[in-house]
Design a protein around this ligand. Structure first.
Ligand SMILES: Nc1ncnc2c1ncn2[C@@H]1O[C@H](COP(=O)(O)OP(=O)(O)OP(=O)(O)O)[C@@H](O)[C@H]1O
Ligand SMILES: [Mg+2]
Length: 232
């Protein structure tokens, strides 16, 4: 099974947006693909079940039909830091719990299929008082894609994330420049500054996309990610 972990420079930077495009691209190439959102804080009840928007988006972007709980094992109603939400629910998120959820979902995918995992928040996400989500990513040796949400402060976030990944020995295969703020000043200069300083390759530049814009983030991401994923 091919697996990738999608992280971001922060919450709300486009991890789900990019993950979903990536999954649709894999699907279009007739490969089996399933999204995994192991931890989600911020959920609502639908048909008596607590569900999270990101997990639903990933569920519908893939082509494997599985029960909701399999793609989103840790779910909390309040949109707060997950380890705090877990404590309030008398639960504990852990690397070993993530491993057992991962082994369950992996059984649904063939050897040639793809499992795309979306993190939660930014890179340094505490999951309990001792462990971080990146401990699990490191243990699983998952290739990581970093989504950089282009906004003021993203240079700091991106560079610190890269430094930490390097110190940990995590395999970050590249980054995606995601234009999330159409009013940001000097956008190209910021992308250039990041290109100069980030040592992993820039995989794709996703323009800001809305109903009125003529930008085509899907097309651009499709083209850019084709080689990375070795799809025919
Ligand atoms: N390139 C883009 N153009 C326009 N809107 C975008 C783009 N990328 C992301 N967005 C929008 O920005 C918002 C945040 O994106 P998204 O939910 O993918 O972020 P996230 O990093 O997954 O957030 P979270 O930390 O909550 O999981 C969404 O409303 C999304 O549609
Ligand atoms: Mg998300």
């Amino acid at each position: 099974m091919n697996h990738y972990f999608i992280t971001g420079t922060d919450t709300d930077v486009g991890k789900t947006f990019i993950t979903s495009l990536l999954m649709k691209f894999i699907k279009q190439h007739k490969h089996q693909v399933l999204g995994f959102k192991p931890i989600a804080a911020g959920a609502e009840y639908a048909f008596d079940e607590l569900v999270n928007e990101d997990a639903l988006t990933l569920l519908e972007s893939g082509n494997v039909s599985v029960p909701y709980k399999l793609i989103n094992p840790y779910i909390y109603e309040q949109p707060i830091a997950p380890h705090i939400a877990a404590k309030l629910s008398n639960e504990k998120i852990s690397v070993s719990g993530l491993n057992s959820a991962y082994s369950k979902i992996s059984k649904e995918i063939h050897k040639e299929g793809y499992l795309i995992t979306e993190g939660a928040g930014g890179w340094a996400l505490p999951i309990n008082d001792e462990e971080y989500l990146y401990d699990w990513v490191k243990e699983k040796d998952m290739p990581v894609i970093l989504v950089v949400g282009l906004k003021l402060g993203c240079l700091n976030h991106a560079l610190l994330t890269q430094a930490h990944m390097k110190a940990l020995g995590v395999n970050c295969i590249g980054w995606v420049a995601n234009h999330i703020d159409p009013n940001m000043d000097e956008q190209q200069e910021n992308v250039d500054a990041l290109k100069q300083r980030l040592t992993m390759p820039l995989l794709a530049v996703a323009p800001f996309h809305n109903e009125d814009s003529h930008a085509k983030p899907k097309l651009q991401i499709y083209k850019a990610l084709k080689n990375v994923l070795n799809l025919d």
